[in-house]
Design a protein around this ligand. Structure first.
Ligand code: PSU
Ligand code: MN
Length: 304
């Protein structure tokens, strides 16, 4: 596949470039979930399946990663295989060194959203966003995802933030940053493996068209910052709350015992949850990402 420069350190596949130029719907996808969110080979299979769901929904998928020093919008099969085999986790602060040295990295929500907005993409689909970690008062561990959502103009479709985070504090931070949190068919912020947390969203959209109308209003009004479209995991794939609670206690205990800090915290907790649920969290994670991809494609089609 050939890639064309869109700007300094920014390139797009032919397919993505043509779709953007023609105003056709494009959906951005992140790559940290491939390299650090899911184990091999489920990660490669899921990355390909998510792209297929976006296509079936009438939009062009654009998986984003840094490949040999360029932010690539629309990774090809070789790129996805490389990312699935392992690549460093790249948030916004990591991009300059990768660009300068020709490095390769899997982009987080923060980095992916930043690059997607630079490319002119208006819809980005992921599983769960990063957020405010438990114990943030001691560690100040607050994901750059939240900061970026406050400044880039696009829709981010997700299933909320995992219970491994301090969800109440995450929502407070999103409010501070002026992010609009829209619940798709729900008035409660979703809890990733669970359909709902006790916390309310800012606005309820009955369907993707209503969500798209809110996204469209935010973009057209010139307000910087994102609309977070929060989609509950399909009911059939939800994990029992007791299973999540037990696994969560085990994962958090393990992370504390091993002194895990910084960028390793989120990948460690995801893997610990997988082990503590006997793999059930993995099935739930894949199911919700596929569902979010269908919703994101529908929103992109509405916006186009
Ligand atoms: N939440 C998930 N799966 C993931 C991540 C979050 O359920 O794979 C990844 C995303 O790429 C997100 C990143 O942007 O973790 C957040 O990491 P940190 O907390 O270090 O900012
Ligand atoms: Mn962090």
């Amino acid at each position: 596949m050939t890639f064309h420069p869109l700007g300094p350190y920014l390139e797009a596949s032919d397919e993505v470039r043509e779709a953007l130029a023609a105003g056709r719907p494009v959906v951005a996808l992140e790559s940290t979930i491939i390299s650090h969110g899911l184990p091999y080979p489920a990660n490669l299979k899921t990355a390909l399946a998510v792209e297929e769901v976006v296509r079936r929904g009438g939009a062009v998928p654009a998986t984003i990663a840094v490949i040999r020093g360029q932010a690539r919008v629309g990774c090809d099969r070789d790129d996805l295989e490389r990312l699935a085999a392992g690549a460093v986790k790249a948030s916004v602060r990591d991009l300059p060194a990768l660009y300068a040295r020709g490095g390769t990295g899997a982009t987080t929500v923060a980095a992916t959203a930043t690059i997607a907005a630079q490319a002119g993409i208006r819809v980005f689909v992921t599983g769960g966003i990063g957020g405010v970690h438990r114990g943030w008062g001691e560690t100040l561990d607050i994901s750059a995802d939240l900061e970026v959502l406050g400044r880039v103009s696009l829709a981010v479709v997700c299933s909320g933030a995992k219970a491994v985070l301090d969800v109440a504090a995450t929502l407070e931070y999103l409010e501070t940053k002026g992010v609009t949190v829209v619940g798709l068919g729900t008035d409660r912020f979703p809890g990733f493996y669970l359909r709902a947390t006790p916390f309310p969203v800012d606005a309820v959209a009955a369907d993707p068209a209503e969500a798209a109308a809110i996204v469209s209003a935010r973009l057209a009004s010139g307000l910087p910052g994102a609309v977070l479209v929060a989609v509950p995991i399909p009911a059939a794939d939800e994990l029992p709350p007791a299973v999540v609670e037990t696994a969560l206690a085990a994962a958090l205990g393990e992370a504390a015992a091993r002194g895990i800090t910084g960028k390793d915290v989120t990948p460690f907790l995801l893997e610990a949850m997988r082990q503590a649920t006997g793999g059930r969290s993995l099935g739930a994670n894949i199911a919700l990402v596929l569902n979010n991809a269908a919703v994101g494609a529908a929103i992109a089609v509405e916006l186009a």
